[in-house]
Ligand binder design. Structure first.
Ligand SMILES: O=C(O)/C=C/C(=O)CC(=O)CC(=O)O
Ligand SMILES: [Ca+2]
Ligand SMILES: [Mg+2]
Length: 382
């Protein structure tokens, strides 16, 4: 069995859910251009479900054991249960329980602060003391490839209509496998978090700017959030782990880092097939272990399938900004695409694809799947 697609070798092995020829969905592992049918290969019914949730609920020891068995199987050249990717449909991998989105990039938060509050300090006083977040809408998390209809809403006082500022946010999402008890803070990051997925938090900037004071994002972001069909297990990211950016001031006790959970992920954002940004995740201010600790410090419990995201990944350079809001400075300075076209915000028919790579265990790089979506015209405009 050849492994034609780079980045999907034995050091990666992400999990997804696939369906073939109208058959019931099953859990698969991506290997090159194929998907390994886990229920058939390992003979466990937990892999014959329509989502990764029953598998994820079994916990860390079972995840590690499964990964070991899959590696052994594939390393010996066993290919009876490998199905070519083009024969399957990839489905939403996780039945999303709760969805939380953070705001962890110092550069993104500084840029957005300058754009939305030009007369104030870009960072609010709380920003360096806790990872700011909000609860999103779990039921509108969709799998890569799902078209996104341009949402309508209140753009300004008395002005209802399709958003004129449809945007993307290139983010990294974390999927919770093991729940935590109601009333107690969660335990160690790696005991709860199953893996990582790429995420695009589609945003309607005009609707957002008018509605979100003082309670936070609502309809401007709840119409759709897209994720990759592949969830990369934490075990595949061992070589990508970095300490995380130095923090000043020192965070309070419950937010202290005890292990390196920064990740050296290199994201690429493409608009209609042309790269427009390369956001680096490595230097994010708040790391995902801190996000998890913050989310549960009040005793709020985790459920299998919870999804929490990093917030827009932006780096210090212009070409590292993970949203059009920043790349075009709220539409005032449109970007020029290599094709010669310009964009302030997304137009109908535009396709945005986010990919990422990371250092793999064998000295090469692994690929984190992709999250893609195409904009359909607003309902009234069709
Ligand atoms: O600072 C503001 O006024 C606005 C912030 C956002 O748009 C938050 C957001 O989407 C979080 C993120 O993805 O980083
Ligand atoms: Ca966001
Ligand atoms: Mg969203």
């Amino acid at each position: 069995m050849t492994n034609a697609t780079p980045g999907f070798g034995l050091d990666n092995l992400p999990y997804g859910v696939f369906a073939r020829n109208g058959e019931p969905p099953r859990t698969g592992v991506r290997f090159g251009d194929h998907v390994l049918d886990l229920a058939a290969a390992l003979g466990d019914e937990v892999f014959a479900a329509g989502s990764l949730n029953p598998f994820m609920a079994r916990g860390r020891a079972f995840w590690d054991d499964t990964r070991g068995r899959v590696r052994d199987l594939l390393a010996t050249g066993e290919d009876r249960h490998l199905i070519p990717l083009h024969q399957v449909t990839l489905l939403l991998p996780v039945e999303v329980a709760d969805y939380v989105d953070f705001y962890c990039s110092l550069e993104h938060a500084s840029n957005v602060g300058q754009i939305f509050r030009p007369d104030q300090e870009p960072l609010k006083p709380n920003w360096r003391h806790l990872p700011v977040g909000y609860h999103g809408r779990a039921g509108t998390v969709v799998v890569s490839g799902t078209p996104v209809t341009r949402p309508s809403g209140q753009r300004r006082p008395g002005d209802v209509g399709p958003t004129a500022k449809l945007d993307i946010e290139a983010e990294v999402g974390y999927v919770v496998g093991t729940p935590s008890a109601f009333g107690s803070p969660a335990g160690a990051f790696a005991d709860h978090v199953f893996g990582v997925t790429l995420l695009n938090d589609w945003s309607a900037r005009d609707i957002q700017a008018w509605e979100y004071v003082p309670l936070g994002p609502f309809l401007g972001k709840s119409f759709a959030t897209s994720i990759s069909p592949w969830v990369t297990p934490l075990a595949a990211l061992a070589a990508a782990r970095v300490p995380g950016r130095e923090q000043d001031p020192q965070p309070v006790d419950y937010l202290r880092r005890s292990e390196p959970w920064g990740l050296d992920l290199a994201l690429v954002v493409e608009l209609n097939g042309e790269p427009v940004a390369r956001p680096p995740y490595r230097e994010m201010y708040w790391t995902p272990d801190q996000m998890l600790a913050h989310m549960t410090v009040n005793g709020a419990s985790l459920r299998t399938g919870d999804l929490f995201a990093s917030g827009t990944v932006s780096g210090p350079e212009f070409g590292q900004r993970g949203s059009l809001l920043e790349l075009t400075w709220n539409g005032t300075d449109p970007i020029k695409l290599p094709s010669g076209e310009t964009r302030a915000f997304l137009e109908d028919g535009d396709t945005v694809t986010i990919t990422a790579t990371a250092p793999g265990a064998d000295g090469g790089r692994i690929t984190l799947g992709e999250v893609s979506g195409t904009i359909l015209p607003a309902r009234d405009a069709r």
